[in-house]
Ligand binder design. Structure first.
Ligand SMILES: *[C@@H]1O[C@H](CO)[C@@H](O)[C@H](O)[C@H]1NC(C)=O
Ligand SMILES: *[C@@H]1O[C@H](CO)[C@@H](O)[C@H](O)[C@H]1NC(C)=O
Ligand SMILES: *[C@@H]1O[C@H](CO)[C@@H](O)[C@H](O)[C@H]1NC(C)=O
Ligand SMILES: *[C@@H]1O[C@H](CO)[C@@H](O)[C@H](O)[C@H]1NC(C)=O
Ligand SMILES: *[C@@H]1O[C@H](CO)[C@@H](O)[C@H](O)[C@H]1NC(C)=O
Ligand SMILES: *[C@@H]1O[C@H](CO)[C@@H](O)[C@H](O)[C@H]1NC(C)=O
Ligand SMILES: *[C@@H]1O[C@H](CO)[C@@H](O)[C@H](O)[C@H]1NC(C)=O
Ligand SMILES: *[C@@H]1O[C@H](CO)[C@@H](O)[C@H](O)[C@H]1NC(C)=O
Ligand SMILES: *[C@@H]1O[C@H](CO)[C@@H](O)[C@H](O)[C@H]1NC(C)=O
Length: 389
């Protein structure tokens, strides 16, 4: 057996190696390949590739308690019928957003959804003081600028709700994917999705999206109420691309495209407006979100410069060891893996938030990814080296 004194230097070296491995891989960002026909002009994708410097990945299907996830905030507020342009008010309440834990011991176990499905957002059928009980979950960070925003979702077949996955700055800077359950017609296999950019033009049209050029209805080729599918929008300079299961649904471009940072929101609501959400639903309606993956550039200048620094440092280290890269390619998700989102760059346990990256002050979280395989390799190496020392 080697003495502790003799293995000290090795241990120090290996510890340093392990730490660098833990923080490895994506220091220079996340890239998304762009099929040639989808490549337009503008910044960020000159060579058919888009580069994003930050990420936020959330494994809702593994999460046990949403109130312990610092990346997301359940919302509570009331909107009157008048303010919400509906026949009823909306009562956003914390209890309408809950986790359905893998072991069935989540915050709410009597949901219709199966154990481990993800986070449930419920629209209630029983009015509370003339308001419909509704649900919202919003990202805590608001520095989310150009990016690719993705969510695995299963929608409700119950008539009378609007399920939305959107990016928001204010009412005239908003990118939306909205699903109206009253439009789902199983007998005709009709499942439309409403794609909307809210802009100054839509404000002038009284927020009637249909009266603007940035409103498109696209028929999905699958029933979104029976399984999980990935819904995605890429918010880029002067253009927005919408996808389902990595298939392009539509593109919008021009002056209505927002031009600043915002946050992302999951919402399930109804206000009785027969022209939009319809409802109230006749029974409680549940939308389930299995995961969210966001790859984006931050508007925060400190995060931008710390990204540049750690990328440069990682590349210098690589040059010394003969490696290269440090850019991670974002894999597509299809219907086959939308219930769990397939592989994640962030391998931290979502139920141990402090063990994951991104919690240090001034840290983007984009680079500190725990990496179980490299960690195991480092440990193995350590054992082997100790045995020989
Ligand atoms: C704008 O979007 C339309 C499709 O809506 C597309 O045909 C056109 O090529 C796009 N223009 C640019 C400059 O990307
Ligand atoms: C994101 O930021 C990086 C680093 O500044 C830049 O190279 C890239 O083009 C930006 N991506 C987009 C889509 O604007
Ligand atoms: C919303 O309204 C309900 C019913 O009137 C009330 O119980 C609740 O406290 C209100 N919530 C907020 C956040 O004001
Ligand atoms: C979830 O976490 C919150 C805040 O830490 C706690 O108050 C609540 O009891 C937890 N819920 C469950 C079901 O463990
Ligand atoms: C949204 O923000 C933009 C940019 O700050 C501003 O010009 C616009 O008036 C705002 N819209 C609303 C509805 O406040
Ligand atoms: C949903 O309910 C509305 C209002 O009752 C009705 O007009 C609509 O046809 C229903 N949708 C479907 C798909 O049945
Ligand atoms: C969606 O399908 C319906 C029914 O077949 C059809 O009337 C409508 O035009 C389709 N919408 C689009 C955008 O293709
Ligand atoms: C999802 O599955 C497809 C194959 O159907 C695979 O190509 C892709 O890499 C998977 N995505 C992720 C994120 O694991
Ligand atoms: C990685 O996951 C952990 C655990 O869920 C979370 O605390 C952390 O913020 C995540 N980091 C990023 C960059 O997504």
């Amino acid at each position: 057996m080697s003495s502790l004194a003799g293995s000290g230097p090795w241990l120090a070296l290996l510890l340093a190696l392990m730490l660098s491995l833990v923080a490895a891989d994506c220091e220079c960002g996340f890239v998304q390949d762009f099929p040639a026909e989808e490549t337009g002009h503008g910044d960020g994708h000159a060579d058919g590739r888009l580069l994003f410097t930050n990420m936020m990945e959330s494994k809702f299907f593994e999460l046990r308690n949403i109130s312990q996830d610092g990346d997301w905030k359940r919302q509570q507020y009331n909107v009157s019928a008048r303010a919400g342009r509906g026949e009823y008010g909306k009562a956003f309440a914390l209890k309408n957003v809950y986790t359905i834990a893998p072991d069935g011991h989540g915050e709410n176990v009597d949901a219709d959804a199966g154990p481990g499905d993800g986070i449930a957002l419920v629209v209630g059928s029983t009015l509370v003081d003339e308001a419909i009980p509704v649900a919202e979950l919003a990202s805590a960070r608001k520095d989310m600028y150009f990016g690719s925003y993705r969510a695995g979702m299963k929608l409700t077949p119950v008539n009378g709700t609007c399920a939305a996955f959107f990016w928001y700055f204010n009412d005239t800077q908003e990118i939306d994917m909205e699903f109206l359950s009253r439009e789902f017609d199983a007998s005709k296999k009709l499942y439309p999705v409403n794609l909307v950019i809210q802009s100054e033009a839509s404000r002038q049209a009284g927020y009637d999206a249909a009266k603007t050029g940035t409103f498109k209805v696209v028929n999905l080729t699958f029933d979104p109420t029976v399984g999980f599918h990935e819904y995605r929008f890429d918010y880029l300079p002067n253009r927005v691309l919408f996808y389902a299961d990595s298939q392009l649904l539509a593109e919008m471009n021009g002056t209505s495209v927002p031009s600043g940072p915002g946050h992302i929101i999951l919402q399930h609501w109804s206000n009785g407006n027969p022209k939009w959400s319809g409802g109230p639903p006749k029974q409680d309606a549940i939308m389930t979100v299995s995961y969210v993956k966001a790859y984006f550039n931050s508007s925060d200048e400190q995060l931008q410069s710390s990204f540049a620094d750690s990328c440069r440092k990682a590349r210098d280290d690589d040059a010394a060891s003969g490696g290269s890269g440090r850019v991670c390619a974002i894999p597509d998700v299809t219907a086959s893996n939308a219930s769990t989102g397939g592989t994640f760059f962030n391998t931290s346990d979502p139920n141990q938030p402090s063990s994951g990256g991104g919690t240090d002050d001034g840290d983007s979280g984009a680079v500190h990814l725990s990496s179980t395989p490299t960690m195991a390799a480092a440990l193995l190496l350590m054992v082997v080296l100790l045995a020989y020392s």
